[in-house]
Write a protein that binds this ligand. Structure first.
Ligand code: C5P
Length: 223
């Protein structure tokens, strides 16, 4: 069928990244990780010594930070002012600071604009794109023909994330995910919420390949 935009939203640790990359690879689509963009912004602010709880300061600094993402699902890359930060954006320090940064309206304005540009670049070149985040189906790409809201049981999410982190404590990981979800879903500026026309996919009792296969099937129906 025609290449389409696929929005994949959901809470932290629901398996969005592995799923989105798998779906993009299976369909030969581009891939955009918007969470990586909020993380890159956070990394840059910390690097500049900015207090991330100072929203006015964050808004002011954000304007001068340039974030560029690659769209290859096999090898996602992200740069800040030309420096590859794919590794550093995954540290605990960035993870702990990202939710307050992404709650700042000006930050969202800047990044949503960059995200729409990236989507437009792919689609105008005739390519499909899988975009993952928290507000893709609701704000960034409300016209996406397929919107998935990916969920999983909190304990399952924590166990998976702890394993990814090389055997971190599952209880502490579950608390950290819950804290991030709490901030992400209660903020004023485009909170994490399910789009009315999103398909809910619960990955708790499915393998990664099963989730990917299911979404690829939905994409074939929608395109
Ligand atoms: O997806 P990931 O866990 O890497 O996202 C990191 C953080 O970025 C989220 O906890 C959320 O605060 C923010 N985010 C967002 N909107 C998006 C994607 C991520 O606010 N579309």
């Amino acid at each position: 069928g025609t290449p389409i935009v696929i929005a994949i939203d959901g809470p932290s640790g629901s398996g969005k990244s592995s799923t989105s990359r798998g779906v993009a690879t299976a369909l030969g689509y581009d891939y955009l990780d918007t969470g990586a963009m909020y993380r890159a912004m956070t990394w840059a602010l910390l690097q500049r010594g900015i207090d991330v709880t100072d929203a006015a300061k964050v808004a002011e600094e954000a304007t001068s930070i340039s974030i560029v993402s690659g769209v290859d699902p096999q090898e996602p890359t992200i740069t800040v002012d030309g420096t590859d930060v794919s590794g550093p954006i995954r540290t605990d320090e960035v993870t702990a600071a990202v939710s307050p940064v992404s709650a700042v309206a000006r930050v969202r304005e800047l990044l949503v604009q960059a995200q729409r540009q990236a989507i437009g670049f792919s689609t105008s070149a005739g390519r499909g794109i899988v975009v993952e985040g928290r507000d893709i189906g609701t704000v960034v790409a409300p016209d996406a023909p397929l919107k998935v809201y990916l969920v999983a049981d909190p304990a399952a999410r924590a166990a998976r994330r702890a394993a990814e982190l090389g055997g971190a404590d599952a209880t502490a990981t579950q608390e950290s995910l819950a804290r991030r979800d709490q901030i992400d879903s209660t903020r004023a500026a485009s909170p994490l919420t399910q789009a009315d026309d999103a398909v809910v996919v619960d990955g708790t009792h499915l393998t990664l390949d099963e989730v990917i296969e299911h979404i690829v099937g939905l994409a074939r129906d929608a395109s």
